[in-house]
Ligand binder design. Structure first.
Ligand SMILES: *Cc1c(COP(=O)(O)O)cnc(C)c1O
Length: 230
């Protein structure tokens, strides 16, 4: 079932790439495994999947201990400064950096462990009160500040679009994030690359791919609905 679901989503990813005239290897499907057991991850791992997304530090670290070490863990949820030390040397990419303060904490812990941490800057393109992330007009200044930190590499931008019934409604936000990344890239800031765009979830990932996503984060369509009660 799991592998079937995964293949269906991957197939849609590939179709969206075709439709957009993009190469299939430009887009990475991240299987968002939050709340799901390590056994589900192992099943997909055995099938060849390596990119998994988690939104909680504690869940990520406990799954990290239990599962193969060549998994690429993506932290996609809000990160508190006091939790940074647990993950800097375990994550492949932190998608959710939304302040200089958080970046400075990542810098401090990364320096201690002598690692370079790859990050995305989270933007609240739709300006929703309920979501973390920077306002569009704050992004450039904050990227410039974070770019000065030697143990951090800014790889691009991330957004969580509104929850909608029709993914098409989010096209404008995906397009805005892409534009923002193009504008930042044009500034040629040292230590900043804008090649990665993390956008699109179960309800809207095909639209996100058409607008330039390089990472799509899909949970429900692969693992089924989440049960937060257990
Ligand atoms: C849970 C989550 C996802 C996956 O959402 P689905 O709708 O289940 O695909 C993607 N991104 C973030 C940041 C999430 O927290």
């Amino acid at each position: 079932m799991l592998i079937n679901n995964y293949n269906n989503v991957l197939n849609e990813v590939n179709l969206a790439c075709d439709k957009a005239g993009r190469a299939k290897d430009e887009v990475t499907l991240i299987a968002v495994s939050k709340t799901k057991p390590a056994s589900d991850i192992q099943t997909l791992y055995d099938y060849g999947v390596r990119d998994f997304g988690e939104n909680k530090v504690q869940e990520l670290t406990s799954k990290y201990e239990e599962l193969p070490k060549d998994i690429r863990w993506h932290l996609i949820g809000h990160l508190q400064t006091n939790k940074v030390k647990y993950i800097v040397d375990k994550v492949y990419l932190i998608h959710s950096v939304d302040s200089v303060k958080l970046a400075m904490e990542i810098e401090k812990e990364a320096a201690k462990k002598d690692v370079i941490v790859n990050i995305l800057v989270q933007v609240n393109v739709a300006n929703e009160d309920t979501k973390f992330g920077l306002d569009n007009d704050e992004v450039i200044n904050i990227v410039e500040e974070i770019a000065k930190l030697p143990h951090i590499r800014i790889k691009g931008l991330m957004t969580i679009a509104p929850f909608v019934d029709d993914g098409e409604e989010n096209r404008k936000y995906f397009n805005e994030l892409k534009q923002l990344s193009v504008d930042i890239k044009a500034k040629n800031i040292d230590n900043v690359c804008m090649d990665m765009l993390s956008m699109g979830m179960s309800g809207d990932f095909t639209t996100a791919i058409e607008e330039g996503a390089t990472y799509v984060r899909v949970g429900t369509s692969i693992f089924g609905v989440r049960n937060y009660a257990i």
